[in-house]
Design a protein around this ligand. Sequence first.
Ligand SMILES: [Ca+2]
Ligand SMILES: [Ca+2]
Length: 185
Amino acid sequence: MKRTSLLISSIVILVSISGCLDVSSTDIQVEDRLTGEPIDGSDQGSSHLEEFNSEPIFSLDLGVDQHLIRLIVILNWVDEPPAQSGVPYVNDGETFTVRISDGERINYMASTTNVAGSPGKMYVHLPGDIVDNQTVSDPKRFSVEITLTNAGDQYPYYFPVESLRIDDTGNDYTWSVEYTYVDKS
Ligand SMILES: [Ca+2]
Ligand SMILES: [Ca+2]
């Protein structure tokens, strides 16, 4: 019960900030939404993508009385060490894209490119004012898809000409997903 109360307080703050509802109806609507048991879950894994390719990594099926209120995706990756082919090279960053979709109204995408020579990290939080909307809480499947949008190639540090380019074909990555939904049944 304590956890539920905390969750309700958080949502009240979110709703207040969003300004989507008038004050007189906020308390009733929030209480109605969150009557039920909050259920947390998570999953994680690792994979490899070739440049321009995509793959699904996670899906979550929710029933008619289950309302998603939080979904977070975290990606981590490290590009290959630069070549030392006579001269020092720089390996340009990888651009990963995370897409969270419910197959209908939600199609949320975000991309990040790592700085050359530094690890890449991406944190994607499906915004609460979208997932908390009752109109999108019918039975549905939320899915997460990863794309290696661009694998930056390698160029000589002091002489970055196209003729000396080394193709970067892909990259490893690790992922984790955390979510919370409320079951009102
Ligand atoms: Ca690269
Ligand atoms: Ca790479």
